[in-house]
Design a protein around this ligand. Structure first.
Ligand code: 5AD
Ligand code: SF4
Length: 475
């Protein structure tokens, strides 16, 4: 008999969603309630967006969201493997859930995302974490319903990790964390192979989505109440390569900014080696595009940058910053920096401090170099002594914090638009929101303002954030 299961996507997943939905529905009648899920996300905005897709599939098949992982019927860990400590934290959490599963034997535990693209991690789960039921990687998150179906039918541990991405599956459901803002993928994967970075191995070759898929998704989001969109890619500048259409990132930005109803547009992450003047021009001329650039430096030493395979030098990075600041004087710049890359000397580190002082970032994510097996840097000699790294890290952090505090101080008293995001968790009656440069502001206000863009006076700078008040009509 011919199989009724469709082979084409997304039809195939829609079929499995409907099958699992039937199973869940029947179970819910027996138990008197629908089962609950919790997706736990580690890592970057890409993972956050993937988690929204996973949540969308789970909601679509009848799960409701649980408050905590301990009392959920299905827990899914969406993992990150960019640094070693993320792996350690994950295994702690998965181990703890063993007790919850003893109390609730029907509980389903899944692990997906970047870490699962590493064969040794999958082996570790198969051997030592038998209470984990679902294992899949970054390339087939769209297959969650099918993987879950296989587990429900067999009650076995299902491991489904694909070596590389066979296709981009569009148009499956997703459930946004925020009603009013959303990430939108424009590229997947990375072709840069920075020598310390595991991402190209776990996220695969770079692929661009078609421009009309992107603009259609954003139009749909805007119709659904989204005001702010962040375009996501490991290196957004290389958007368009490999597509039939002649399009680059600057053209896409311009196109997206034209969408009616969209109020704020951001992107993450541009690579300094190919941030074009065209992109700077589009940013300058488009009011909707936030005047903020996250421009990962990684190191200020040309020698280390060469070993990192970053393809720019200290001088060319500073020249790029000069061009950006000349075109957009009020631009806010933020960055990522790695301390303790193999072979980093005191002079190399002083070059990093020098760039930080010249660029004057509004904030910076500072990381201690983490050796990732399989990357070229893991085999390099001259791994740096941890005490030296700690000392450099502390000096870097102090410099970054002092400059950020001076920068934020300069904006005290100014009135700026803020997208209101949440009730303040620590201050009763207060809200928190984000400035165009992504810094946080806390101010008094009612929760009906959540999702609105309001003008806030920045009363007091507190380092990386502000206390403020909503501008009154007399001000
Ligand atoms: N060690 C430390 N930091 C790293 N990053 C990427 N790989 C490593 C590593 N092996 C940092 C980079 C990157 C950010 C997302 O994570 O700074 O920009
Ligand atoms: Fe990693 Fe470099 Fe690609 Fe960023 S650009 S994901 S740091 S390889």
């Amino acid at each position: 008999m011919e199989s009724l299961i469709p082979t084409d996507e997304p039809l195939r997943q829609e079929y499995f969603m409907s099958e699992v939905n039937d199973i869940i529905h029947t179970g819910a009648i027996d138990r008197g309630k629908y089962p609950t899920y919790k997706v736990v996300t580690f890592g970057c905005q890409m993972n956050a967006r993937d988690s929204e897709k996973l949540s969308g599939i789970l909601s679509g098949i009848g799960y409701t969201e649980a408050k905590s992982e301990e009392d959920a019927d299905l827990v899914l860990f969406n993992t990150c493997t960019v640094r070693e400590n993320a792996n350690d934290r994950l295994y702690g959490r998965v181990g703890q859930l063993k007790k919850s599963k003893e109390k609730n034997p029907d509980m389903i535990i899944g692990i997906c995302g970047c870490m699962m693209q590493e064969a040794e991690e999958v082996e570790k789960i198969k051997k030592s974490y038998r209470h984990v039921d679902l294992v899949f990687g970054t390339h087939n998150i769209y297959k969650l319903a099918e993987i879950l179906f296989d587990h429900l039918k067999t009650k076995k541990q299902i491991v489904d990790v694909m070596e590389s991405a066979d296709m981009i599956v569009e148009k499956l459901p997703n459930k946004r964390q925020y009603a009013f803002k959303s990430g939108v993928n424009i590229t997947f994967g990375c072709n840069n192979f920075c020598s310390y970075c595991i991402v190209p191995y776990v996220r695969g070759k770079e692929r661009s989505r078609k421009p009309e898929e992107i603009t259609d998704e954003i139009k749909g989001l805007v119709a659904d109440g989204v005001k702010e969109v962040m375009l996501l890619g490991q290196n957004v500048n290389s958007y368009g390569k490999g597509l039939d259409e002649k399009i680059n990132f600057a053209m896409l930005l311009d196109e997206v900014a034209k969408i009616d109803g969209l109020e704020r547009l951001r992107f993450m992450t541009p690579h300094p080696k190919d941030l074009s003047d065209e992109v700077i021009e589009v940013m300058k001329n488009n009011k909707k595009i936030c005047k903020h650039l996250h421009l990962p430096l990684q190191s200020g030493s040309s020698a280390i940058l060469k070993k990192m395979n970053r393809v720019y030098t200290k001088e060319s990075y500073l020249d790029l910053v000069k061009r950006i600041k000349a075109a957009i004087p009020d631009i806010s710049l933020t960055t990522d920096i790695i301390v303790g890359f193999p072979g980093e000397t005191e002079e190399d580190f002083l070059d990093t401090l020098d760039v930080v002082k010249q660029v004057r970032y509004d904030s910076a994510f500072t990381f201690i170099y983490s050796k990732r097996s399989g990357t070229p840097a893991a085999k390099m000699e001259d791994q740096i002594d941890p005490d030296i790294i700690k000392d450099r890290f502390d000096r870097l952090l102090k410099t970054v914090q002092d400059i950020a505090a001076e920068n934020t101080k300069k904006n005290e008293g100014k009135c700026m638009p803020v997208l209101v995001e949440n009730n303040d968790e620590h201050l009763e009656g207060y809200l928190t929101g984000k400035l165009e440069n992504n810094l946080t502001v806390h101010f008094k206000g009612g929760k009906r303002l959540i999702g609105e863009i309001v003008d806030v006076v920045l009363d007091e700078a507190k380092g990386f954030y502000y206390m403020g008040h909503i501008q009154t009509s007399e001000e």
